[in-house]
Design a binder for this molecule. Structure first.
Ligand code: DQA
Length: 137
């Protein structure tokens, strides 16, 4: 089983960025733990701060991989383009968020990903990614 974890803008700063919200682990360290835990899954990780690169990656893997775990970060709340890309592909997408976006500012309550995602997992810290991978097994 081949699954892509796709992270959007500012998630490269995990560990340094607002640790009271996002925790103090880097995603690279967490990804190593996921690879160790989910040995039966061929896991790939890609992060970009650019909307077009995220769309390009969705198009690239979206007809061949078994799943995409997507944290589109701030683009979740703005990007019709990412929503359309998910609609266009055949690979199922699980939307994840580290924080519970519904407990936060109102602009974070809107998601262009949720209506086209297979499911949504949010508010469990980095464990949201782990739960998403479990859902694919
Ligand atoms: C986030 C929530 C978004 O609102 C925010 O813009 C992020 C991270 C999360 O994982 O909690 O960058 O997607």
């Amino acid at each position: 089983m081949k699954i892509l974890i796709l992270n959007g803008p500012n998630l490269n700063l995990l560990g340094k960025r607002e640790p009271e919200i996002y925790g103090s682990d880097t995603f690279e360290d967490y990804f190593t733990k996921l690879q160790f835990k989910f040995k039966d899954i061929e896991l790939e990780y890609f992060q970009s701060n650019l909307e077009g690169e995220l769309i390009g990656k969705i198009q690239e893997v979206g007809f061949s991989y078994d799943g995409i775990v997507l944290n589109a970060a701030a683009y979740t709340h703005t990007s019709i383009g990412i929503g359309d890309a998910i609609k266009a592909i055949t690979t199922p997408v699980i939307e994840v968020h580290i924080s519970n976006t519904h407990k936060r500012e109102e602009f974070r309550h809107v998601s262009y990903i949720s209506p086209v995602a297979k499911g949504v997992i949010l508010g469990f810290g980095l464990q949201s990614y782990d739960l998403a991978l479990q859902s694919f097994l």
